[in-house]
Design a protein around this ligand. Structure first.
Ligand SMILES: [Cu+2]
Length: 190
């Protein structure tokens, strides 16, 4: 036993060791919990993969298929379904200005040409990552009309902070009056 411990008395030394041991057990318990969580999430995710995975060929994205330039923007299908198709690239979205109707379900379909991007539309729940070779899709409804900012929210390089688009939410009647069968709408000035 050290002289310092003897000077402070054997009781205080024993108390210090007991406190130290208690704290060691707390730390061990925290580490064990984290390891168990890692094992659980790893097994859970491998047992339940994402429900749908849709791929697209990045090399021919601009040349053929769904994401050619003339097919980007908002379309209204024969069944009245509203679909927005967009691509992200360093450092812009195509189209730069997206137009959607308010109060109507809108399906977004997007991908990236180069690296991982993403976007969120204003304060709405429209929020996704855009990953090269994969098609991201989600359906949402914009309750309010007006213009929203749509910034890239995945760091994608030196121009990341300048990467954003706009989303114009129009009253449904005004939007439907503009939408023509087979046409792709956007609010990019021409
Ligand atoms: Cu980006």
């Amino acid at each position: 036993m050290s002289t310092a411990a003897t000077a402070a008395g054997p009781d205080s030394h024993a108390i210090a060791i007991a406190a130290e041991r208690r704290w060691a057990w707390v730390v061990i318990a925290i580490m064990a919990l984290l390891v168990v969580m890692m094992i659980f999430t790893g097994l859970h995710w491998s047992a339940m993969p994402p429900s749908r995975v849709e791929t697209v060929d990045v090399k021919t994205l601009h040349l053929k298929g769904e994401f050619v330039e003339s097919n980007l923007g908002t379309s209204v299908g024969a069944d009245g379904k509203v679909t927005v198709r967009l691509i992200a690239q360093q450092y812009s979205f195509q189209p730069q200005c997206i137009v959607v109707p308010a109060g109507v379900p809108v399906t977004f379909r997007g991908t990236s040409t180069d690296t991982i991007h993403g976007f969120v539309v204003g304060t709405t729940n429209a929020n996704t990552m855009l990953i090269p070779a994969f098609v991201s899709t989600f359906t949402t409804t914009f309750p309010k009309t007006g213009e929203q900012l749509m910034p890239c929210h995945e760091y994608c390089g030196t121009g990341h902070e300048a990467m954003w688009a706009r989303v114009q939410v129009l009253p449904a009647a005004e939007f439907m009056a503009k939408a023509k069968p087979g046409e792709r709408l956007s609010c990019v000035p021409r």
